[in-house]
Design a protein around this ligand. Structure first.
Ligand code: ZN
Length: 393
């Protein structure tokens, strides 16, 4: 049992940092901890969707090139209304070989490990800088990192921006070098309402949305059968673009012609392709849909497509120094990419090569009764210190 490590995790879990809430109190707490352990801290304040948010940057070491970024996000996915919770989401509890609490795996466990790891490092031994970056709003499109990535160079002043970043997202310490881009979009079908007894007087938006969903399903099937073998090792489960129908909402009552229907969906495209190419294809396909409903009236529905978010892929060269060091220290080797997106989407765009490797379990992320293994949690600070020693000392 490492009391400080557990104390930090307990405090972090207790902050409600669901993406719609502000992470500022958690940032201030971590800034205090890191500051008192000899790091220079910068609170990078931003406004996200009308909520005051902040990213935290903390660094140490000389202004030399070839430093290292170690990064994770502070926000979590919601727990309210999520079925299956048998514990208090914001209260850390240790039971058997697991530690429970929202964010334990994704990814406050890693942040607690970073905070603990720096207590026993001798900063005077650093030959290259180490930069901790803790972000807001990762779970809603990596919005904190999107703001931070272009500003980081300026925030670091005379310290050159490191070209390598270690992202501690939950992988059970597997070492992953890539992920797909992610785009989300909405499709709005506007029909014409009316009494259900006279269907030919209106256009049922839900019926036309059915055709939209059919067209998207067709497109997904085509992408699946045109799998790209270049990515067979990186994304063995799906070496192609994948799509998800997220939410659909429409209609008023069983005896009213549905006037409007709204679909929200997302897709993930393979790296090395334009993330927006599939969006253009979707717009093209939906423009060709017959907009009549089953009633064969003369009116047609309108279909509008809007892009909600487009985040780039992450693609790092194999064999970076960071990958080699993580392979050696964790003993886990992989040629694979992650099935989820990370802040690395935006860091990659700023010229930073990222590797994902963290103590949490991917299966635990976003789940009720989220937990992390005691062994993986307690092992973390030593791993972080070894990585810093090998990379920066
Ligand atoms: Zn995460």
């Amino acid at each position: 049992m490492a009391p400080y490590l557990y104390e930090v995790l307990e405090r972090l879990i207790a902050f409600d940092t669901v993406s719609s809430c502000t992470v500022l109190p958690a940032v201030e707490y971590l800034a205090d901890q890191l500051d008192s352990n000899g790091l220079k801290t910068i609170v990078h304040r931003i406004d996200v969707l009308g909520v005051p948010q902040a990213n935290l940057v903390a660094y140490a070491g000389p202004p030399s090139p070839d430093g290292l970024i170690i990064t994770g996000h502070l926000d979590t996915v919601p727990f309210e209304g999520q079925p299956g919770w048998e514990r208090e989401p914001l209260k850390m509890t240790v039971e058997g070989d697991r530690i429970f609490g929202r964010g334990s795996s994704d990814m406050k466990g890693f942040l607690a490990q970073c905070t603990d790891a720096v207590r026993t490092l001798e900063w005077s031994r650093l030959k290259r800088p180490v930069v901790f970056v803790f972000t807001a709003d990762e779970e809603v499109g990596m919005l904190g990192a999107r703001e931070l990535a272009p500003a980081l160079r300026g925030l670091l002043g005379e310290v050159p921006q490191p070209a390598l970043a270690w992202i501690g997202e939950p992988t059970s310490y597997d070492v992953l070098h890539a992920h797909k881009s992610i785009c989300s979009f909405e499709v709005r079908v506007r029909g014409r309402g009316g009494h259900s007894g006279a269907p030919d007087q209106g256009v049922n938006a839900i019926a036309v949305m059915g055709k939209v969903i059919e067209a998207l399903g067709q497109l997904q099937a085509e992408r699946r059968s045109a799998a790209n073998h270049e990515f067979a090792d990186v994304f063995p489960e799906s070496p192609y673009d994948v799509m998800n129908l997220g939410t659909v909402r429409g209609g008023l009552a069983t005896n009213v012609i549905a006037e409007e229907c709204l679909l929200r969906a997302s897709y993930r495209s393979l790296p090395k392709t334009d993330p927006l190419a599939l969006y253009e294809e979707i717009k093209h396909r939906l423009a060709a849909i017959d907009r009549h409903d089953y009633a064969s009236g003369s009116s047609t529905a309108a279909i509008e497509v809007d892009l909600l978010l487009a985040a780039p892929p992450m693609w790092s060269e194999r064999g970076t120094r960071l990958e080699t060091v993580l392979f050696e220290i964790t003993g886990n080797h992989s040629a694979r990419g992650a099935q989820f997106a990370t802040d690395g989407a935006w860091f990659s765009g700023a010229g930073i090569q990222c590797i994902i490797c963290g103590p949490g379990d991917y299966e635990q992320a976003h789940q009720p009764n989220e937990s992390i293994r005691v062994e993986a949690f307690e092992r973390g600070p030593a791993i972080i210190r070894q990585v810093i020693e090998r990379m920066c000392m």
